[in-house]
Design a protein around this ligand. Sequence first.
Ligand code: GLA
Length: 504
Amino acid sequence: MLAGLAAVVGLVAGARAQDLALTGTWVPDGVTADILEHQPTHVRVLVIRESGGGLVGKLLVPTAGGMPVAVEQHGDHAGLVIQMARGMETPLEATLTGDHMSVGLRGNSSPPTILRRPSAEEQKILDRLAPVKLPIPARKALPPNGLARTPPMGFSTWNHFQTKIDDQTIRNVGDALVATGMRDAGYVNVNIDDGWQGERDAEGNIRANDKFPDMKALADYLHGRGLKLGMYTSPGPKSCAGFEGTYGHEEQDARTFAAWGVDYLKYDWCSAGLIYDDAEMPAVYQKMAEAIRATGRPMVFSICQYGRADVWKWGADAGGNLWRTTGDITDQWQIMSAIGFEQDELAPFAGPGHWNDPDMLEVGNGHMSAAEYRTHLSLWAMLAAPLIAGHDVRGSTPETIALLTNHDVIAIDQDALGRSGRRVVQRGPLEIWTRPLNGKRTAVALFNRSAEAAKIETTFAELGLEGRAAALDVWAQRSSVVLDGRVAADVEPHGVVLLVLSPA
Ligand code: GLA
């Protein structure tokens, strides 16, 4: 008995020694001090430390970013899972041999990467490149700021223009929003995403780069047309595209944005991952939300950290009016549909003033079919998601404008109850979602995710509805007959039939 116990204790002590061998800093075996110094973003650094009786890791791209790595050790082996965004996890397998660690993709036979401890010289460079952690506020629940009572609508430069933006383009986009009727349909925010930033002046004030000679004048131009100006920055030293971030200038930048007339701020994690752990995100966002509020200018606060750290649980308290729940969308059916259909469980966290944000729209960017774009818009409307157009509004086709300004799909998105829809039926690739609307109405979306046409049928009982209902078909733009307990429709591949049912 005693001997057995001793063996167990010995085993535990042995495992403990192995655990410690994993902690600390690891760099790729091929790295040199010269590469670290001159091409730091080419290097991946793994840092593992003890936390709460277990191990936690972080994958750093020096000067650019960092993301959490879950670590589970079993003797000489460890499972590592890098999390870039919600739903975007990369599982790795690591083996410790002496003072080296080999790391490869789980279940993949390509040669692993060999990691080693940095030399004293390399460690010095790493230390020098690491920004210091700034004080972050004690967490508290900020009261609602009264904005975004329905999901924000507008336009953002990112999906189409990326960093190829300038003052004239933004003015032209503003004019196009007016001319196409998009503004009147609700798309009022003109959000300048990454790429406007210049350098700071001698007093540390952020300046736009020379493509934006006068931000205040640009804001005035938009305001004069019934539009609003959205701006973008990061809590890190650099934005995701490598421009100047707000790190250490939170209050100052908030004051600058207020002086320019900014109405909306997207605060994108980016290089803040170098400095803070994901657990510190709430406080880092709260800090900027408080800085904005201290200016006295109302600004919608858009939290962007790719849906990590269960942001839906703390985003509203941290002052957010919306928070991204995913990695970046692209103009591809696979990506858009994976993102959109994976939002169901987050529905309870959306409501007036605080919305789940599955990212901006790709409608009109050209790489999805009309049916796929209808699915995109219908799903975003069912989710009560922000509708931020991401195409070149200046060159919109009539078809794109018709999709984006469909009055009934917007009315679903903007419904005053502010309740996000849920998946109620799933039969393989066929999904039925419902969303409660004001006036005891219900939006019902019949989605066909397959590449074949399909008949989708359901009963009121399955949808949780009673009695008889009058149906409006949103995309066919017609009211169909009164339905008596049953809904059925032929749905094209990757398509949707979107109905609004009113009690009859
Ligand atoms: C991140 C965000 C995007 C966009 C880019 C800009 O990837 O998730 O929405 O803002 O940065 O660099």
